[in-house]
Design a protein around this ligand. Structure first.
Ligand code: NDP
Length: 339
């Protein structure tokens, strides 16, 4: 497993990161979750990504349990804050990036993970209601208290990232990463987010590089999804989340990638993960798995170089099914507050 530096920092992370959205605490049983984490560690993955909101806090607990006993110095653990977590009733301060929610958020995450600190604490979305100065001061305090070592953001626009980066510099902490969706099929960060981050010293840690499993080729058009696959998952909501890719034109185009993967001598999943890693602003592909065999297959993408000629053929095969519209970055409902 290769490692890459995360942004303009000294932190190195495995270029394949294991993430537990939808799976831990929802789609898969705890033993399977632990087996997946063990497979990741065995394959050299050292970096793990979760969020407080995944399975309403349970995903952090499952990940913390699975990593317990493993040398903390050798792990990089990332989590996120924004949405409400925990038992009902929830109040107005359970959402967003206010100082209150960030302080409650980090304390809750550390408790569920059973850890003293996380390596990267990420704003899961941008908060349109809280002044950015308040959010960044709270992040600075979290870092200065030693509860997180670095700060990142997820699904923020280039303008939001620029403003936050300036404030972080003034407050003497490092904003080092952006966590957006990115895959062969979803390239909306290429025109603006990546150039801005390159200039400012942030890396991308990209989610759903397999387009939630679609780029593995296991969903041929016109056929029922394989039993147990995410496209059938109603418990974790996977079926709904991946509906934007479950269209016949996309599924047909994806089947056209198989001969290219064959020529490269890799599986379609490995080619899709390697594809995002060809971009040098991408520090890591954030990959999920519902069983350990998938982890074992996916980690082999580390270090694969895709020749330029095959990169061009991938573009030709996917054609218009690729989403490139930068306006689709961070689609949150704009809102106004009264003061
Ligand atoms: P992927 O695109 O990697 O999809 C993972 C899913 O694809 C697996 O759960 C599995 O589903 C299927 N799969 C994986 N490998 C294989 C394989 N080799 N063969 C066949 N099927 C395979 O990423 P995710 O959508 O899971 O996202 C990854 C991580 O990114 C998350 O865990 C989370 O950490 C992060 N994330 C962040 C978000 C954000 O807003 N910041 C949003 C979403 C994710 P199955 O077997 O059930 O079909």
């Amino acid at each position: 497993m290769r490692h890459r530096y995360l942004g303009r920092s000294g932190l190195q992370i495995s270029e394949i990161v294991y993430g537990n959205w939808i799976t831990h605490g929802l789609q898969v049983e705890n033993e399977v979750a632990a087996d997946c984490v063990r497979a990741a560690l065995d394959a050299g993955i050292t970096t793990f990504d979760t969020a407080d909101v995944y399975a309403n806090g349970r995903a952090e607990e499952v990940l913390g349990e699975a990593l317990r006993g493993h040398r903390r110095e050798s792990l990089e653990v990332f989590t996120k804050d924004y949405w409400p977590v925990g038992p009902d009733p929830k109040g107005p301060n359970d959402t967003g990036l206010s100082r209150k929610h960030i302080m409650e958020g980090i304390n809750g995450s550390l408790r569920r993970l059973g850890m003293d600190y996380v390596d990267l604490y990420q704003a899961h979305r941008y908060d349109l209601f809280t002044p950015l100065e308040e959010t960044m001061q709270a992040f600075a305090d979290v870092v200065h208290q030693g509860k997180a070592l670095y700060i990142g953001v997820s699904e923020w626009t280039p303008e939001q990232i620029r403003a936050a980066h300036l404030l972080a510099d003034d407050l003497k902490f490092r904003l080092i990463s952006s966590q957006p969706e990115y895959s062969m099929l979803w390239r909306v960060i290429e025109p603006e987010v990546i150039p801005a981050c390159r200039e400012l010293g942030l890396s991308q840690i990209v989610w759903s590089p397999l387009a939630q499993g679609v780029l593995t080729g296991k969903y041929p058009p016109g056929q029922a999804p394989p039993p147990g696959s995410r496209a059938t998952d109603t418990k974790g909501g996977g079926k709904g989340f991946m509906s934007k890719f479950m269209k016949d034109d996309i599924l047909s185009a994806v089947q056209g990638l198989r001969p290219i993967a064959d020529e490269l001598g890799v599986t379609m999943a490995q080619m899709a993960i390697a594809w995002v890693l060809q971009n040098d602003n991408v520090a890591a592909a954030l990959v999920g798995a519902s069983r350990p065999e998938q982890v074992a297959e996916n980690v082999k993408a580390s270090g694969i170089a895709i020749p330029a000629e095959l990169m061009t053929r991938i573009d030709e095969v996917l054609g218009d099914t690729v989403e490139r519209d930068s306006a689709r970055v961070a689609t949150m409902t704009p809102a106004k507050r009264s003061i």
